[in-house]
Design a protein. Sequence first.
Length: 506
Amino acid sequence: MESNIRVRFAPSPTGPLHIGGVRTALFNYLFAKKHNGTFVLRIEDTDQTRYVANAEQYIVDSLNWCNIPFDEGPGKNEKFGPYRQSERKHLYKQYANQLIENGWAYYAFDTSEQLDAHRKDHEEKGKTFIYNWHNREKGRLVNSLVLSNEEVTAKINNGDKYVVRFKTPQDETLLLEDEIRGTIKIDTNTLDDKILFKSDGMPTYHLANIVDDHLMEISHVIRGEEWLPSLPLHYLLYKAFSWKAPKFAHLPLILKPVGKGKLSKRDGDKLGFPVFPLEYTNNKTGDVSRGYKEDGYFADAFINMLALLGWNPGTEQEIFSLEELTQTFELARVSKSGAKFSPDKTNWFNQQYLQTKSNKELTQLFIPILSEKGISTDNNYVEKVVSLIKERAVFVADFWNLSDFFFQAPSEYDAKASKKQWKEGTPALMQELITVINAIEDFSSQNTETVIKEWITAKEVGFGKVMQPLRLSLVGALKGPHLFDIIEMIGKEATVSRIQKAIDTL
């Protein structure tokens, strides 16, 4: 492994960051940290038509929430800055000119109407139009390969619009190495001459990407599978510049939970789960997209889930801290095939992480929910409640439905349970139980349980005839933790009051 590992995450600020992008950032981060390297954030905003003003800050906020902050990027350790491509556009023209001078690129003056006509003509003949070796020098296309130098100069001086295209070599076989997929074989005759520089004075992704990776001394390019078709061009660009190419690794797609294809926002909307790390508001439309943070997921659970989408540690272990992920992560164990996203598995991860949180930490998260309900109570009491109910929760938001009876008497009773458990003789039995409870001095869970169970045994009635109506009286339903823990928590007065209310109501 090289000693100076430098990787980059290079999103476009065109909207919220999809979880596929977060996973790409995560794998870059893990690889860099494992090898004491540098994790760079670069904003690729060359396509100004799709630029969204608040998207860059959203990307930074997302990385920070996920606890995978960049080491180097906009406004931070700008060793190779600037880190926004729109602020680097003065650099790219010279490299495009260098390729033209070296015979690796050429000016193309074809208008969009002319190119459309060529495409239509090919379609009518049952062919596909590709701008490459097959037709670039036959005279039908307008470029500097067929025009004289004087004609090219005249067109440029005249203000004619042009692009710079890469001159893909003919009749070559490329053997490209991918850290995940191994050797990839490409016939250059199947490639088109991609545009490197546009008529608006901005580079395309391909040129800017290569130039920036070189100038920023990127050692490994770890990116999504959707960029795999661009690998031959990028490899050839490094060759054209006589630069050492970084090592490439193309990550598998994250697939939708149902059906085939790549996971999209539409899948999340349809099946009821977020596909973005943070909630996102579209400034133009006002539309709000759900986020994992706002939906109640823990950042460490979210990251753990993402790490196992397409990467296998080689063991049965599923729960990893960020430190453990860093130590264990290997590109060699990243899968070539797509990874199916599972909302249920994501919830499972959150539940596992919730159980590891301290009761004190969870209490601080629960208190604002209680405040919204108009409930103000002692933190120690809330902490005890949390300890009794957290194992049944997936989210902190579940706590209220699991524990409301600890804070307020039930206002209604489960109809099905009432019909089954509240019999003709139940009110008299419950009235007698009140007398027993009033006589108890040590109201601890253990003592109360002993006294009440001894009374039930002495009366020779089934435990269910007392315990189920008692739970129904205190909780309003047949749910909740150990019944006598509830009794100890709410106290004698509330216990008696609730039993009496049930007698009067049911």
